[in-house]
Design a protein around this ligand. Sequence first.
Ligand SMILES: [Zn+2]
Length: 137
Amino acid sequence: MHEVLHALGVAHEHQRPDRDDTIIVDDAEINLQYPSLADQFTKLPSNGWWDSSHDLEIGSSMMYPSILSTGDNPVMVLKSDGTTQWGNHGAMTTTDALQEGCFVGAPWGNIILHTFFYTLIFLHTYFSARKKCSFLH
Ligand SMILES: [Zn+2]
């Protein structure tokens, strides 16, 4: 889901301009553990993110895990209660849907892109199923 949303133009949840209201991003820890990933944690400018007034969601599929594969210390912490354990790249959340629905800005562009990507997903699923089920030839 993460990569599909990127293809649709959605940015990382942990890079949104208002992220500091909700999470603490530890740049020093990122640079220590995974320097080449540092630009994936850079805060976006305000014009790089659509402000839907919806709060940051740590369960967003566009959120990186708080603990990277390269270390035991978290690189992000939830401000409200100090939570350091998350990492859900499975389901789409409210903030994902809001960002995805808005990135084009033009309804027709959105409809065309949706049709295109859902067709691709359908074709991929269909042909994957055909490979597995020989009776479908
Ligand atoms: Zn990503």
